[in-house]
Design a protein around this ligand. Structure first.
Ligand SMILES: [Zn+2]
Length: 152
C-alpha cells in the first residue's frame, strides 16, 4: 500500500511520476482515474473501447479519436502473428505423425466384433433415451388433456 502525495488516498495503485529529475505529483485511481486502466468484472457486461480500457496505450489523434501508440500496435500485431506460426507448426507435426502411423490394413474379425459391440452399447443408450423422451411427451400430453377436461 502507498499513499498518494497528490490527494492523500491510500491504495496499491499509486504512481510516482518524474519529469527528468523533477518529481511530479503522484497519480492514483482516486485523483486521476483517466490515467488508470479499468478493472471490470465479467458481470459488468460492458465492452470497453480499447482506449477506455488501456488509456496509457493510446494517444489522441488529430481528428479527436484515439490511435494506438506504435509500440502497443507492434506488440499486438506480434501477438496476432505468433499463434499462426504455432498453428502451422502443429499442423505439420500432426500431418507427419499421421503419415508415419496411419493404418492401412483392414480391421480383423475380432476388431470388427469389438467395434460392433461398442456400437450396440451406444445404440441401446440412444434407444432408451428416445423411449424415455417419448414417454415424457405422452405423459405431458395426458396431463394437459386431463387439465383441460377438468376445466370443461
Ligand atoms: Zn491520488
Amino acid at each position: 500500500m502507498a499513499t498518494c502525495n497528490n490527494c492523500g488516498e491510500v491504495g496499491a495503485r499509486v504512481r510516482s511520476r518524474w519529469k527528468g529529475s523533477a518529481q511530479l505529483p503522484d497519480e492514483c485511481p482516486h485523483c486521476a482515474p483517466q490515467s488508470f486502466e479499468k478493472f471490470t468484472l465479467p458481470s459488468d457486461k460492458k465492452i470497453w473501447m480499447g482506449y477506455e480500457a488501456h488509456p496509457n496505450e493510446y494517444v489522441q489523434s488529430e481528428d479527436g479519436g484515439f490511435d494506438r501508440k506504435p509500440e502497443y500496435r507492434a506488440e499486438q500485431e506480434a501477438k496476432l502473428a505468433l499463434p499462426a506460426a504455432d498453428d502451422a507448426e502443429a499442423q505439420a507435426r500432426a500431418e507427419q505423425a499421421k503419415r508415419s502411423t496411419r493404418r492401412t490394413e483392414p480391421m480383423t474379425a475380432s476388431e470388427t466384433l469389438a467395434a460392433l459391440g461398442k456400437a450396440r452399447v451406444l445404440a441401446q443408450a440412444m434407444e432408451s433415451a428416445a423411449l424415455e423422451a417419448e414417454r415424457e411427451i405422452q405423459q405431458a400430453e395426458l396431463d394437459s388433456w386431463v387439465a383441460k377436461a377438468s376445466q370443461a
